[in-house]
Design a protein around this ligand. Structure first.
Ligand code: NAP
Length: 495
């Protein structure tokens, strides 16, 4: 496996199982901590996209992958999991270079990708098709078929883990997959495809087509041979894809943005709540769809809680992603940092008070990277734009609340409904609020914990459909009913 390419050499991409240079524009991926070039590659041309999809379709029809017995496909996916684990450290280091996350986080993402392949291998070999209750002289069955070529479009914030969440169930179901990673982070998808092929996935069944989303992603989504799109990214892109899908009558799943509420009730264990809130918003530099970016604290606790939170926020270790003690690395690009800065200015223009952060950290280690200090804004209303728009960076907005009704009204007053967190010692309150809050995932006395066995997805502008969970494999399959006639006599109507 290649770890780091010569920065001047162009990296080949995977077009229908063939590693070659794309025919499109050249781009470079930069290490966000220093701005150095990690790799250069050429995006696919539109002809490359057509070729990759045609080859994927051919591989789907002729490679025999879909016809293998489930336990045979599963064996290959178990091997993918093993190979990822064998190469965990170089993969984690490569991912650190690709998107600048601290090494401790990229190790977790790599481990999560291996676990995802293992899980869907097991889902594949244990998936049951059913005999349904018959209502006539026939036996009825419900079975599942693969779809053909499916597309996985992923963002830059958690490469390998987000690709695995789509590729593993898609392959388990017997499909071919075209991966469109974010232009900023193409490396892990290329590594993952190479590992899949090494493990025994037939060549051509997987392609990796990095390149600008509005060109390459759009062409993939519109392609008539693409039968399903699994998308993770921003809400406006997701809505655009949903329109195309509607025209094609194509199923899609959309994992989109969030502005998740974290709620600290007046009986919360403050040590747990402070740690949980910090982790919820500032890990991954806030570049997480499920970041707990809107904080509501019971008014009677507000002063003490915010004092503790602000002190701890200012003490977070922001710095070199290669250092295992680092808690927050840089943001993904200079442009994204500017966008975060504009949001903070927007908040201030709406009357927010800057409790901490709001600046680029100073010092030699920060000079070349896209760092931004963890930031807390207060003195705003939930209806302000800064509380309604997703920033996707290390910026927390904090507000007091008066009672449960007030809390729920504010927490649910958002276009987004991806996740929520509740901190309380009272399990009855946790139950009440947990059921009333509108969100795809609710964490109680914890935050940002994940399990591949538990479905994940958002409501409203946070998305459509669910990933993960044992039945996640069914998203990549069509359901079919079989009727087996058992009549001793010909059907009577024609007599
Ligand atoms: P994005 O701009 O929507 O991009 C996501 C992916 O879509 C990238 O690969 C992008 O390609 C591609 N793309 C862009 N325009 C496209 C088009 N017209 N057709 C097809 N594909 C297109 O989002 P992002 O800024 O990379 O990611 C941040 C967003 O993702 C945030 O809103 C975050 O909340 C969300 N997210 C959601 C989840 C979840 O599970 N709910 C998880 C992680 C992130 P290029 O980047 O190469 O242009």
């Amino acid at each position: 496996m290649s770890l780091i390419t010569e920065s001047k050499e162009l990296l080949p991409i995977n077009i229908g199982g063939e590693m070659r240079l794309g025919g499109g524009d050249e781009s470079a991926t930069l290490y966000p901590a220093t701005g150095e070039v990690v790799a250069r590659l050429r995006a696919p041309s539109l002809a490359d996209v057509d070729e990759a999809i045609a080859r994927a379709d051919q591989a789907f029809r002729t490679s025999g992958w879909a016809q293998r017995k489930p336990h045979e496909r599963a064996a290959v996916l178990y091997r993918v999991a093993s190979l990822i684990r064998e190469r965990a450290e170089p993969l984690a280091q490569r991912q650190r270079l690709d998107n600048g996350k601290p090494i401790t986080e990229t190790r977790n993402l790599v481990a999560s990708a291996a676990g995802t392949f293992q899980f869907f291998a097991s889902a594949c070999e244990t998936l049951e098709e059913t005999i349904t209750p018959s209502r006539g002289d026939f036996m009825t069955m419900s079975v599942y078929e693969p779809m053909g070529v499916v597309a996985a479009i992923t963002p830059w914030n958690s490469p390998i883990a987000s690709e695995a969440q789509k590729v593993a169930p898609a392959l388990a179901a017997g499909n071919a997959v075209v991966i469109k990673p974010a232009e900023a982070t193409p490396l892990m998808a290329l590594e993952l495809a190479a590992i899949c092929e090494e493990a025994g996935v037939p060549k051509g069944l997987i392609s990796v087509l990095p390149g600008r989303g509005s060109v390459i992603g759009d062409a993939i989504t519109k392609h008539p041979l693409v039968k399903r799109v699994s998308f993770t990214g921003g809400t406006s892109t997701g809505k655009h894809i949903a329109h195309i899908a509607a025209d094609k009558m194509m199923p899609v799943s959309l994992e989109l943005g969030g502005k998740s509420a974290t709620m600290v009730l007046d009986d919360a264990d403050l040590d747990h709540a402070v740690n949980g809130v910090l982790y919820g918003i500032f890990s991954s530099s806030g570049e997480a769809c499920i970041a707990g970016s809107r904080l509501f604290v019971a008014r009677k606790l507000y002063g003490e809680f915010m004092e503790r939170l602000a002190t701890r926020t200012a003490a977070l270790r922001v710095g070199d992603p290669a250092d295992e003690r680092t808690q927050m690395g840089p943001l993904i690009t200079a442009r994204h940092r500017e966008s975060v800065e504009r949001y903070v200015e927007l908040g201030l223009s709406e009357g927010a008070n800057l409790r901490t952060g709001g600046v680029r950290p100073q010092g030699a280690v920060y000079e070349r990277g896209y760092y931004y200090a963890p930031t807390i804004l207060e003195g705003i209303k939930n209806t302000d734009q800064i509380c309604q728009q997703e920033i996707f960076g290390p910026v927390l907005v904090a507000m007091p609340f008066d009672n449960e009704d007030d809390l729920l009204a504010q927490a649910n007053d958002s276009l987004y409904a991806l996740a929520a967190g509740i901190w309380t010692r009272d399990y009855k309150r946790a139950w009440r609020i947990g059921r009333a809050v509108q969100a795809g995932t609710v964490w109680i006395n914890t935050y940002k914990q994940f399990s591949i066995s538990t479905p994940f997805g958002g409501w409203r502008d946070s998305g459509l459909g669910r990933e993960k969970g044992r039945l996640g494999i069914l998203q990549y399959m069509e359901q079919k009913s079989l009727y087996w006639g058992l009549n001793e006599q010909p059907l009577a109507w024609a007599n």
